[in-house]
Ligand binder design. Structure first.
Ligand code: SF4
Length: 269
């Protein structure tokens, strides 16, 4: 195959690692004609769109937005087809329908080199697509780039972290079921309307809730919020004892263990 026929694509999630990879590839491999792609579920946070604009400004190149979030391709449509059965870590139909399929439609049968931002200090494998015409490459793994390097790359570029990192450490839909309870509290405090929207999707009487064994209604009770915050403070203290921050950015964000080896790579990198 002629090298020139291969498309080079970097999927941005709106998170720190894929963003840092975009910067890294542009700076270290300017000869690669990279396409930047974002699969928009239309259930993202506004902060994500704002971050994408910042990335575009830095790269001087536009990001192709694959829209999967409206009409027959949208989350609400697929949820209706599943009679309200919410996605979960065991049933990730949202990733398949809202992220992977639009991406596969976009590349068709073209030969694609897909750049994935898994770092050298992670142990995630991660499913992106099984199409044989896609070859995934892992520049951060190959080049020994770790989390502190990623933070430095973002800092040096003047892009920094997405602003939602103040209360949540993952990109993706506002109602993502991978959120920890403290992040649901963050959603409630920072985006009460979106929290209310997420609540409307639940049917606790039928067992359809975003988090296991607890509805958002229960999670949002003042005494429960206090308890979640207390537990989070203890968790952070224990984590800090185990691992001293290596950089100022880590110390500032308290961002020690945001990685979730089970989360979807296409949504959360
Ligand atoms: S971010 Fe979460 S809810 Fe949204 S598509 Fe990905 S896994 Fe599903």
């Amino acid at each position: 195959m002629d090298e020139r026929q291969i498309r080079h694509i970097l999927l941005l999630s709106g998170g720190k690692d894929s963003t840092a990879l975009a910067i890294y590839m542009r700076d270290h491999h300017p000869e690669i004609e990279m396409e930047y792609v974002f699969c928009d579920t239309h259930k993202e946070l506004n902060e994500t769109y704002e971050y994408l604009s910042r990335i575009e400004a830095y790269l001087g190149k536009s990001i192709t937005r694959l829209s999967s979030g409206l009409g027959e391709r949208g989350f609400d449509h697929h949820l209706r087809l599943r009679r309200g059965y919410l996605p979960s870590p065991a049933q990730r139909w949202c990733t398949q329908k809202l992220k992977i399929e639009p991406f596969e439609d976009y590349i068709k049968d073209d030969q694609v080199c897909l750049y994935v931002g898994i770092r050298a200090d992670e142990h995630r494998e991660g499913y992106i697509s099984t199409k044989p015409n896609i070859t995934a490459v892992y520049p951060f793994k190959d080049d020994g780039i770790t989390k502190s390097d990623v933070l430095r790359i973002l800092d040096d570029a003047g892009i920094g972290l997405p602003s939602y990192y103040a209360w949540r450490t993952r990109s993706g839909c506002y109602f993502c079921f991978f959120q920890r309870r403290i992040e649901w509290v963050g959603l409630m405090e920072n985006h009460p309307t979106l929290f209310a929207e997420a609540k409307r999707y639940e049917k606790p009487e039928e067992g359809f809730t975003w988090t296991q064994s607890e509805s958002l209604n229960d999670l949002g009770r003042p005494e429960r919020i206090e308890q979640i915050k207390r537990e989070e403070a203890v968790r952070k203290m224990q984590a800090a004892k185990r691992r001293r921050p290596k950089t100022l950015a880590q110390a500032f964000t308290g961002d020690f263990d945001d990685d979730d080896e089970h989360a979807c790579l296409i949504c959360q990198l």
